[in-house]
Write a protein that binds this ligand. Sequence first.
Ligand code: NAP
Length: 356
Amino acid sequence: MSAAAGTRRLRVAVVGATGAVGQDLRRLLEVRDFPCDEVVFAASARSAGKVLPFRGQQVVVRDLDEADVFDGVDLALFSAGGGASREHAPRAVAAGAVVVDNSSAWRMDPEVPLVVTEVNADALELLRTAGKGIVANPNCTTMVAMLPLKALHDAFGLVGFTATSFQAAGGAGQKGIDELEAQVGPMFARRELLRSDGKAAMNLVDPPKVHADVLAFNVVPVLGTLDDHGYTDEEYKLQNESRKILSLPDLAVAPTCVRVPVMVGHALQVRAVCTDPMRSLADVIASLDHFPGLVVEQAPTPLEWAGRDGVAVGRLRLDLTDPHALNLWVTGDNLLKGAALNTVQIAEELARRELV
Ligand SMILES: NC(=O)c1ccc[n+]([C@@H]2O[C@H](COP(=O)([O-])OP(=O)(O)OC[C@H]3O[C@@H](n4cnc5c(N)ncnc54)[C@H](OP(=O)(O)O)[C@@H]3O)[C@@H](O)[C@H]2O)c1
């Protein structure tokens, strides 16, 4: 869906406009013909004064700290990290804007809807009666998993899932992509070490600052900050956000988050457990096939789906031992459905429902 015809024209701020998600937000507002008359692009003082194109105009990036940056703004799309959201989203709301936020800052706040548009868009109705004027966009890994899991829940009643993610470098933003890119050349130049002495190959590059270990030609099984139980914050996001989005507070989630040397595109291997038995693969495919935004394929890969709007599910297998369980593989672009696309889809829903 693109912007609803007949909605009023809005003044839209993109906060974090120079970042990996911000770049896609700007492009999607343009190509989906979102009904905005005017845009404000904001970022940190580092980028203030840069010029970015939008619908044939040249828009000067503003410093988010400027006092009047949200004046007259109806809708503010934030993708500037949790700290900036916590500090500046309330400012935008106070100036009269509705905020859609990409960071984790507001996601678990009971007064903030956490929305995947194909799954729980009705949660936006909270804004009519209560709420903080903020809508949260889920974590990019959770987002990708939600489409098939909601489809399975509607058909068979989901009780839990075990998931291992395969998350792209770009999930950590432009700096995550840059760190992987910088490692590839020097390590490939000495590629004999990749099989004879991997540790020496890893020592060819700068110590990693973004990913938990050297990512090029590798797989890194820690993603996020570990707690005393040995789980990372990224793994808790997968559990807690899934429960909130699906309105299943007791959903049993066993998450493992892994970083892989893919530029853009997250994937997950999921074992979903349901109350009703899944008697045939045909029944399973029928439940997934017509779910909006979801495409069923044999074995979709993140690279193949990078730059595409849809989420692809494949490797569908009835469990070998439990008729209530299904094994599946799902992939989607973390910067598109995982971030910018869902943000713009939320903005479109807000406009369609006259909530902005
Ligand atoms: N990457 C993903 O796959 C993904 C998916 C879902 C959600 N998200 C979330 O989206 C947000 C942005 O992620 P990203 O990947 O686009 O990161 P990014 O590439 O590092 O971009 C960050 C953006 O935020 C701006 N910024 C940073 N600190 C700021 C501050 N204190 N005040 C104002 N602007 C500030 C940066 O401006 P400068 O250019 O001036 O530094 C830049 O425009 C994060 O909260 C992230 O968790 C990311």
